[in-house]
Design a protein around this ligand. Structure first.
Ligand SMILES: [Zn+2]
Length: 463
């Protein structure tokens, strides 16, 4: 081989967004994940940095459809990438709605900035457009799971279920070297076996290198039943005639929440109050989940999947006008709306309307990254800025920790422990630094694994 295979970390790297890792071998450059940076402005601004030559990438492989792993693709295509984008069928189906939605949000943000002249730049331009997203979608080539496929001479890939959201996969890349193959496994976001809707991660047998996420690397999730806190919140708002707002990722979390609400109602643990799903994308995602029954835990004899997700007074909200009307409607009710970390979307309007009332409740059901509005609310801020307006925070803020779609430190350690032939190096590529440091300590001390935490753009040669 002319040059040793290498791996370079072009995103995430001590943060939880913008996942992008470059694997180079046999003259080919393969990008594993192509995520958007999200959260605080300083991090989001990294999205505006351009690759000097995006056409240098020969292929992209996605672990899953979440925007922090896929949302940079339309920009990459805009910059000149024209190669294949490989992923599972479930990931492709979800990307069809998520990339279009992401592009739409970019366009809306630019439009809003121009209307209110809030941007430093005038006119403010979207990072990418719906046309860029459409073009990116034409490059997708879904792959079957559980089998090795040769993508380029001497470079093969295999996708295995990672149990995080529908379609999410561990990506294994095998590079045939002069003497022996080198295998690299990317965990992407690893799930856990406690989710109700989606099946858990499969074990892997061996890998030479492991690129591992560690979002929850320093935490053990409460193993309490998340239903308890949901029931408590619903019962409170039912009694007070107020509103429970559940900010939720449209994909994965929303389906899980709807399932639990339906179950609680069926068990008579909560009364029948209106439940609104105010996210066209979540509705669409639910339909896609239905098409991939093999990945779901729900019994195969279950007549329909939508039904177990629909509580008695369940309604979906389609138009933006209806969403605004819902913000003014009196409770009791539950509103499930995106974005899950309050980085944008309709949920912000709901919060603007509901946060000043102490009878209302906001229930977080997923990870809130540093400096996001979600994290600020969890930290007990008395006021928060939404759409350039100060909003008093009087509502009760609750968190259901045990509902995460990520594995916690125990899940991660247990999964790595099951690998028969231990990796020679583990790279922790995705997570806040403190979480990664804890995870590294545990990997080194409990599992005896050589563990590295790469910096942004750091490159390593593999052998
Ligand atoms: Zn994810």
């Amino acid at each position: 081989m002319s040059q040793k295979p290498s791996i370079q970390f072009l995103g995430a790297a001590k943060t939880v967004t913008g996942s992008k890792t470059l694997v180079s071998a046999h003259g080919k450059n393969i990008l594993v994940d192509c995520g958007l940076f999200q959260g605080p402005k300083a991090i989001r601004e990294l999205n505006w940095m351009e690759f000097t030559d995006a056409s240098m990438f020969d292929a992209v492989i996605l672990t899953h459809a979440h925007i922090d792993h896929s949302g940079y693709l339309p920009k990459l295509v805009k910059e000149g990438f024209a190669g294949p984008i490989y992923c599972s069928q479930g990931t492709f189906d979800l990307c069809e709605i998520m990339l279009m939605d992401s592009a739409h949000l970019q366009e809306e943000d630019a439009k809003f900035a121009n209307k209110t002249k809030h941007s430093k730049h005038y006119p403010a331009l979207p990072l990418y457009t719906t046309a860029d997203a459409e073009k990116a979608l034409t490059l997708f080539k879904p792959l079957p799971k559980n089998q090795w496929l040769e993508l380029f001479p001497n470079i093969s890939v295999q996708l295995l279920r990672s149990g995080h959201i529908l379609g999410s996969s561990f990506v294994q890349i095998a590079i045939q070297d002069d003497y022996k193959p080198i295998t690299i496994t990317f965990s992407g976001d690893i799930g856990n076996n406690r989710q109700n809707v989606i099946k858990g991660p499969v074990p892997i047998l061996e890998t030479d290198y492991l690129v591992m996420e560690g979002t929850y690397g320093d935490r053990v999730q409460a193993k309490t039943d998340p239903s308890d806190i949901i029931a408590e919140c619903v019962n409170k708002v039912a009694k007070k005639g107020s509103v429970l707002v559940i900010p939720s990722f449209a994909v994965g979390r929303s389906q899980e929440i709807l399932y639990l609400l339906r179950k609680l109602e069926a068990e008579n643990k909560i009364p029948e109050i209106p439940v609104y799903l105010d996210s066209p994308m979540a509705v669409e995602a639910t339909r896609i989940y239905m098409r991939h029954r093999d990945e779901l835990k729900l019994d195969s004899d279950e007549k329909s999947f939508i039904e177990p997700l629909c509580s008695h007074c369940f309604e979906t909200v389609k138009s933006a006008d209806d969403s605004m009307l819902l913000c003014m409607q009196e409770g009791p009710m539950v509103v499930v709306s995106a974005a899950g970390m309050l980085t944008g979307g309709r949920v912000l309007h709901h919060l603007k309307a509901r946060l000043p009332n102490p009878d209302n409740i906001v229930l977080f059901v997923g990870w809130q990254a540093e400096e996001t509005k979600g994290r600020l609310l969890q930290q007990g801020l008395p006021k928060i800025r939404i759409h350039h307006q100060e909003v008093d925070v009087e509502a009760e803020i609750q968190t259901a920790d045990s509902l995460s779609a990520h594995g916690d430190s125990e899940d991660i350690l247990n999964w790595v422990r099951m690998i028969d032939k231990k990796p020679k190096t583990v790279f922790l590529n995705h997570g806040e630094e403190s979480a990664l440091n804890t995870l590294r300590y545990r990997f080194e001390n409990e599992l005896g694994l050589n563990t590295l935490i790469p910096n942004f753009e750091q490159k390593y040669f593999l052998e």
